[in-house]
Write a protein that binds this ligand. Structure first.
Ligand code: PFF
Length: 461
């Protein structure tokens, strides 16, 4: 059977960017950057994106195009001993989808609050906490997000959603730029009389501060940055292998990969520039470093409240667009799981969607209850106290993804050989300017970083 393919490299870049750009950029990146104190995280992240992230993204997309298979069979094709790698790669999206739906639910809650004109309430202290600690409110919104995602895949209307997002994503980008510029103009005097401005916050965000840098702080920042890269680029979970398998042979992979990388990193950077100055203005440096998953939801409403009456409209537009970004990513997660179920168990598409939706529903509700009935505080090796959401995020991003990525590096670096990937990337005579870097990364630096990260993540380092 002829395998379907993207119509051209633009279609591929947009689809891959649709998967990559999502809550990871807008929700996860800013809170990690704030927690780790700004500048240092940003610099490490950008350097890693251009080297480490680039090497893994290239590897996955090239494996996909070369084998023309989804992850479950692609690894086996490269080397039969690595067939189980596809399986771990399938468990990861199953861990992510439940809590992704919970955050997606938070986005729907805020979108509806703004659409119904309650923007000022959303900016009040305690609004977000009251919402997530309420017995069932967040469950309702989570279920709504998950069912919406499942419905889209069940009915096979994801192409329609992707069409919308081609218009909405550039608009979201423009809006984020506008909000970032506005957030620089905000000023606040706190109870001790200290005046802080958005511009001061921006400096903290972009300029690394090496003054009190300890080895411990550096390694936590490095670990957070690597975890974020996997998440943000949708790598180490098979998604980019599937997408690569739909790319036509004549498309230029080097160019496409550069574009995906630049777009994803730019959105993350701008989301940080929008949120971090505001956090700094209202909560100071201590407020920044104490931040967690609620950061964006607590602080973005404050920006809209500052803009006065128009804030309600801005908030409604903003959260609706974020919802689209979240949906295109959630679709790619669910699609990956569904195609694995179809491959592995021979289920029909519809049966696979229903089965995975039920599984995700169960875990998503557990994640919601993690903020009330099942609340606990579990200290993690990265210095945070985890609830169920953080724990699932940690296990997938800091343990399972590094394992998948490490084994991929061993497979390509030592068993199949980097040539396999390089020849695929340059099959039409393309110039692969980062070829040397690629070789060094995949053989030496990436595996070493991943190994250290794993030791650190399980508390051995
Ligand atoms: N990369 C997406 C984001 O940054 O929001 C999230 C994501 C998509 C994670 C697909 C995992 C995944 F399988």
């Amino acid at each position: 059977m002829q395998r379907s393919s993207f119509s051209g490299s633009v279609g591929f870049v947009l689809a891959a960017a649709g998967s990559a750009v999502g809550l990871g950029n807008i929700w996860r990146f800013p809170y990690l950057a704030a927690k780790d104190g700004g500048g240092l995280f940003l610099v490490i992240y950008i350097i890693l994106a251009l080297t480490f992230g680039f090497a893994l993204l290239t590897t996955e997309i090239a494996i996909g195009r070369k084998t023309r298979k989804g992850p479950l069979s692609a690894y086996r094709r490269i080397n039969p001993r690595f067939k189980n790698l596809g399986l771990i790669g399938c468990i990861i999206p199953m861990m992510i989808l439940p809590y992704y739906s919970v955050i997606g639910g938070w986005v729907i809650k805020f979108a509806t609050a703004y659409l119904s004109g309650c923007g000022f309430e959303a900016a009040q202290d305690g609004y977000f906490t009251n919402f997530i600690t309420h017995k069932y409110e967040s469950i309702i919104f989570t279920v709504a997000f998950l069912l919406l995602t499942s419905f889209i895949i069940y009915r096979g209307v994801n192409k329609g959603i992707e069409k919308f997002s081609k218009i909405l994503m550039p608009l979201l980008l423009l809006l984020i730029i506008g909000i970032s510029v506005f957030s620089l103009t905000i000023q606040h005097t706190d109870s001790s009389g200290e005046v802080r401005s958005g511009l001061d916050g921006l400096k903290i965000y972009v300029i690394p501060d090496f003054k009190d840098l300890t080895l411990e702080k550096f390694s936590v920042t490095l670990m957070d940055a690597i975890g974020q890269l996997f998440y943000s680029l949708s790598i180490a979970m098979g998604i980019m292998i599937s997408y690569g398998s739909y790319v036509k042979d004549e498309n230029n992979l080097v160019k496409s990969i550069n574009r995906i990388e630049i777009f994803d990193t730019a959105v993350a950077f701008l989301a940080g520039a929008m949120v971090i100055p505001v956090v700094y203005v209202f909560a100071g440096y201590e407020g920044m470093t104490a931040s967690g998953p609620g950061l964006v939801f607590v602080n973005i409403p404050k920006i809209f409240a500052e803009t006065g009456q128009i804030g309600n409209l801005l908030g409604a537009v903003f959260f609706t667009m974020v919802l689209f970004a979240a949906l295109t990513s959630a679709i790619s997660i669910l699609e990956a799981i569904v195609s694995s179920f179809m491959d592995k168990f021979g289920y029909s598409r519809k049966k696979s969607v229903v089965a995975e939706t039920l599984i995700a529903l169960f875990f998503a509700i557990l994640v919601c209850l993690g903020y009330n009935a099942l609340y606990f505080e579990l200290p993690l090796p990265n210095g945070t106290n985890a609830q169920i959401l953080d724990l699932m995020d940690y296990i997938s991003n800091n343990i399972l993804m590094p394992i998948t990525a490490l084994l991929t590096c061993i497979l390509i670096g030592y068993i199949a050989g980097p040539e396999k990937i390089i020849s695929e990337v340059t099959r039409n005579g393309e110039i692969f300017s980062r070829e040397k870097l690629y070789r060094v990364m995949i053989k030496y630096i990436a595996p070493l970083l991943l190994f250290l990260l794993l030791l650190k993540s399980i508390g051995l380092l």
